[in-house]
Design a protein around this ligand. Sequence first.
Ligand code: PEP
Ligand code: MN
Length: 338
Amino acid sequence: MVVIMKQGFTQAELDHAIQEMRNGGVKVMISRGSETTILGAEGNAQNIDVEKMEALPGVERVMRVSEPYKKANRKYHPDDTVVEIVPGTAVGGNKLLVVAGPCSVESETQITGIARAVQGAGAAALRGGAFKPRTSPYSFQGMGYQGLDLLEKARAATGLPIVTELMSTDDIDYFAEHVDVIQVGARNMQNFDLLKRLGKLNKPILLKRGLSATIEEWLMSAEYILAGGNPNVILCERGIRTFETFTRNTLDLSAVMAVKRQSHLPVMVDPSHAGGQAWMVERMSLAAIAAGADGLIIEVHNDPIHALCDGQQSITPPQFSALMEKARRVAECVGRTM
Ligand code: PEP
Ligand code: MN
């Protein structure tokens, strides 16, 4: 249930409405937006009488919320959430966030070189996997802690914040201290133990959509992190598994629009894992911006043919620069900046 307060309500009216809701057995979340103040019921609101609530002074309207996600729901929080990554860099506002870098960290020269190149082209954060979720146990598994050290060196060299994937709850404390944005990969979207632990941090979490997750399942995973007390959730559409085999996954841009409507959380798009082919990345990036995405996360490699992971979908720094030029123009067309 959400209770929308009238413009100009008094503190006494607000307190009264909150008390009535508590008497009905729920916890009350207060969301003060730019135009409206909303009270959200957390818990079972079945015992609260909608008509009685609506008759209270200062109350404009009362709505039952049928969706199972509450804190992630736009009805509870009408304004867009802006997640600050580091001071001066955010996602969810008018300015789009572009994160770029290799699938995996491979060496100091590789990661620092790519960081400098993508920064020159306008990326505001660096990606790079150190712990890799590979389908085969015989494939390169990432450099682990050594890879995180190299990401930190690249951050020191460029000032770019770093985004990297966490796979195990064992590593949470280390990530919380050393990483700017913790990525939860598609394969861990429903690792509820991991999500609960991330809810206890105050770090931005980039939550990728699971390979076959519905929009509701994805938002319920975000809800785990939000319910734990961490409001800094960034969603990322990275393609879903469909019957199609030509592409690695199918980029679901309709999900970007649906999620932006249903939720206040920022949504990014990963065109690299979606199409799985370098030649598709530019057009899918432009389409994502046109569809309302708040940012992009793109795989860029200096030598894609020899990349240890995902080379076929990685674009080169010059291709990334060309993409950014076009992206700026599309962003302008849809009233965004880069
Ligand atoms: C990645 O970002 O390199 C990655 C493994 O992504 P996903 O979890 O979306 O497959
Ligand atoms: Mn990858």
